[in-house]
Design a protein around this ligand. Sequence first.
Ligand code: NAD
Length: 503
Amino acid sequence: MPNIMPNIASVFGGSLYQSESGRSSPVFNPATGEQIAEVALCSKQEVAAAIEAAVAAQADWGETPASERARLMFRLLDLLEKNKEQLALAISREHGKTHEDALGEIARGIEPVVFACGIAHLLKGEHSTNVARRVDTHSLRQPLGVCAGITPFNFPVMVPLWMMANALACGNSFILKPSERDPSASLLLAELTEQAGFPKGVFSVVQGDKEAVDALLEHEDIQAISFVGSTPIAEYVYKTGCAHGKRVQALGGAKNHMVVMADADLEKVCDALIGSAYGAAGERCMAISVAMPVGEAVADALVAKLSARVKQIRIAPATDAKAEMGPLVTKQHREKVLGYIESGIEEGAELVVDGRAFRLAGHEKGYFLGGCLFDRVSPSMRIYREEIFGPVLVVLRTASLEEAVSLINEHELGNGVSVFTRDGGIARNFARRVRIGMVGVNVPIPVPVGFHSFGGWKRSLFGSHGIYGAETVHFYTRLKTVTTRWDERSGESEGAEFNFPKT
Ligand code: NAD
């Protein structure tokens, strides 16, 4: 049988490129379990060719006035809005998330593009006059050169846009290495960037796996790496990139807690927990995966309400307009999540809702898993310590707010957290003391909007810059400070000054 599987290409120097490495990775439709495409994985040499094209394109792009770059960004913004349906279909087909959720991802990905439209203002430097007699100082932010982004499967449009919008607006060329599990959306992004009028080669896509990542991390012409993915790979990317002299921001995994105080509105808490724990089948880095009721009475009431609601979640493929939760991304990932459920049972947690037997008629080979709820989880259990990244919510009962805060602060991951309460004093105190990067008060998924910055603490972020917003403009540029003396007087030498200048 001839291979008629669609072959997903890369984009170098503004043209589609089919890798000749001979290596490829299958792409599946998670709702049916069918293989729908093959992505050709670039070799080290092919990545080097993409970098060479990106270096060539950056020379002129970096000199293009910021206001001209912003105009192209406005066009990209418009094209993203106009093509969001097509993008959403590509996301759902390979990732499995519902259509509405895919549209939500695109909307949040567009925010940093809106921010990048203001790049001319954002790149303005500072100026001080007469810092010494007849001496002025000004600062400017210059592009780094070629930057690369390595992205996870769970947001195939939003996370690339978090990175590329500001990297390009700052005058860099940008190479995206998307997840090999859902690579098609990256090609649509390349197409829209080209249609917007960005010069050929300033935005490239290299499809690949570890070989391509290592090639980017080691190449001397890559100046900065943005990474989003799991914590072990984030740490590896950070250490390897830094060892090769690059600027690196590497965002990792998460275990996000929601503290539920006795005065909270339990109906609202349940809505928030159901949406944030089970939306996108729990495959979100800002999903709430631990509910922490404070006090036994709150815990009993919460678990009773939640168990009824978890069983009612409508699980269906993205083609069903009423779907609330889709399948997991791959068979292997589903097995990994099942392994966590087994370990929770073995370690003595109470599986109050068991979704393992869920089957969807007509989609028996899809990677669906029913929602699961664990009660009486303790801090030493793997299902509490590690990120599960599936539709599994664990309830860890606490006796006091103090106990909840110290457990959260002791956890090695620190992406997001939230507290539900009607007491402003508790909320303020919690937000100040908790050692977590993004905090929600009566907000379950506190993902900052595009003009703030996104980033966790502890082992959820390696590096010192958050992603998008003002932090990103600093990450993607290098500061230069120029001190000038313009002396209209001419005449005799004033002599050499051997001492360090005091002013
Ligand atoms: P992953 O770490 O497996 O993969 C991320 C990227 O790294 C992919 O492009 C992949 O090709 C590459 N990669 C994988 N293994 C590699 C290796 N050994 N060497 C070099 N590169 C490698 O992550 P994933 O499963 O695609 O995504 C889910 C993870 O991403 C979760 O842990 C989730 O919490 C995290 N995530 C974090 C954020 C955040 O903002 N902190 C956002 C989204 C996802």
